[in-house]
Design a protein around this ligand. Structure first.
Ligand code: C2O
Ligand code: CU
Length: 483
């Protein structure tokens, strides 16, 4: 496969003069969106193939899959406590569903094919309806063949505003996308190939923000921005360095966090993870600050730049609070918790390990993987699940606190996502975490052991899976039953 931008992912040369870009621009929903009662908000999502302009001229347009003719799909934005009703219409050549990532919906509205609903057939539709119980930064995406459907462009943001939001000058959402593009400007269609499935997943060669390749993002000195970052990539992990912009993290995965400076100055986002940052911007006219992604050693690249406008918005820093009001989450009671262990296994090893193992072992591993016929490369407690055959891995007593310890015995990172609940990350490698942050997706590093705690208060069969979508498709998923 030939790639456009080479292994360094540099794309600066492609960027003519994109200038400032409109982040989070809202596209109108078409097809009768208006019927709104007091606090029921209605939306229609049409999933359909179509063209997008991802790469600048002289490249051609790109055939993608879109919600309501845009990539990303339209922002869905409601207020905490609203009832939300979303009609999803499938105009794709294959089945689909929509999952509302991070939103605590009733089980039947969770959008998981074969588990909570039948897949939506081509030409069919499905009506999702639920209350927006938590405020925060969420997103939506298909849960059917998601490793291909998300990568073709099906993803959108879902913002639930607090009843009383904190005051900022601008509230901006950046969906961080990772496209694997060919020189022809087509999306590479090697979805779910065995190499991606058994290694780090589908990493692309074009990183975009909200479907664009922005050269710069214009800001004013003195301005306070709430920047909502959403990693919608299949597999790419970000470690964003905002350098002297000194962001404060105020929410993770949509859930309020004690405001804090990111550890080592880097904002880590595994696939599906979100972070809300507060940026109090200070800079002279014309000053530019690069936002650099440092996750992959030797492959650092500039995501975009903040460009300071000629005129400041104000002198000094606003003294408004940055602390978000908390969401109605049940607090885990650790003294009375029920404990569970999940071991993550499988995948190809790192190069070093492979060398130590010798070629005989490697051959054995290959044939082991060939044997099953299906690409089952990843295991949770020894089971490689497929989406059409799912038995519960764990059954959790309802309304009790549960602690799940996940041990990663693989050579790869796994962003583990639990549906229907938020959990607190309470320890890493036996060390208590400083913030006991609420998350719905936790990045578990190679060889790491992470404990999460939550009250199982949402009954039903819920997925717990790796959000590297190729890992999920190749076995790293399971069902957690709450009953
Ligand atoms: Cu974002 Cu099971 O998904
Ligand atoms: Cu994984």
């Amino acid at each position: 496969m030939s790639v456009l931008f080479g292994p360094t992912l540099s794309r600066r040369n492609l960027l003519a003069s994109a200038g400032a870009f409109a982040a989070g621009a809202v596209s109108p929903f078409y097809g009768g969106s208006a019927a709104e009662t007091a606090n029921t908000r209605e939306f229609t999502l049409h999933a359909a193939p179509g063209q997008i302009r991802l790469l600048p001229e002289p490249h051609g347009e790109t055939a993608a899959w879109r919600y309501n003719a845009t990539v990303p799909g339209p922002e869905i934005r409601v207020r905490q406590g609203d009832r939300v009703r979303i009609v999803v219409k499938n105009h794709l050549p294959e089945e689909t569903t929509v999952h509302w990532h991070g939103i605590r919906t009733p089980n039947a509205m969770d959008g998981v094919p074969f588990l909570t609903q039948p897949p939506i057939a081509p030409g069919g539709n499905f009506i999702y309806e639920f209350d927006a119980v938590d405020a925060g930064t969420f997103w939506y995406h298909p849960h059917f063949h998601s490793f291909a459907q998300v990568a073709r462009g099906l993803h959108g943001s879902f913002i639930v505003d607090e009843a009383e939001p904190i005051r900022v000058d601008r509230d901006v959402t950046w969906m961080l996308e990772d496209w694997r593009m060919l020189e022809s400007a087509e999306i590479s269609d090697d979805f779910g190939n065995r190499h991606d499935m058994s290694h780090g997943g589908r990493i692309g060669n074009v990183v975009a923000i909200n479907g664009l390749l922005p050269d710069a993002f214009e800001v004013q000195s003195g301005e306070r921005i709430r920047l909502r970052l959403i990693n919608v990539a299949n597999a790419r992990i970000f470690a964003l360095d905002f350098t002297d912009l000194a962001p404060m993290v105020v929410a993770l995965d949509g859930q309020p966090a004690t405001p804090h400076v990111p550890e080592n100055g880097l904002v880590f986002l595994g696939p599906a993870m979100r972070a809300d940052l507060i940026l109090d911007l200070k800079g002279a006219a014309g000053h530019r600050v690069a936002i650099v992604d440092r996750f992959y050693d030797g492959l650092e690249y500039t995501l975009t730049e903040f460009a300071f406008a000629d005129t400041p918005l104000r002198d000094g820093t606003p003294d408004w609070t940055i602390e978000l009001p908390s969401n109605p989450l049940a607090q885990p009671n650790l003294d009375r918790a029920i404990r569970h262990d999940i071991v993550l296994n499988g995948g190809m090893m790192g190069n070093m390990v492979m060398q130590e193992m010798g070629s005989a072992m490697m051959g054995a591993m290959d044939s082991l993987m060939e044997m099953s016929g299906e690409d089952r490369f990843w295991f949770m407690n020894g089971i490689a699940a497929m989406e059409h055959d799912l038995d519960p891995l764990l059954t959790l007593e309802r309304d009790r606190t549960h602690v799940i310890a996940m041990t990663n015995e693989t050579a790869w990172n796994h962003p583990m996502h639990l549906h229907g609940h938020a959990f607190r990350v309470i320890s890493r490698n036996g060390q208590a975490t400083r913030l006991r942050e609420w998350q719905d997706t936790v990045l578990v590093a190679p060889r790491e052991r992470v404990e999460i705690a939550f009250v199982a208060d949402n009954p039903g069969d819920w997925m717990l899976h790796c959000h590297i979508l190729e890992h999920q498709a190749a076995g790293m998923m399971s069902v957690i039953r709450v009953d």
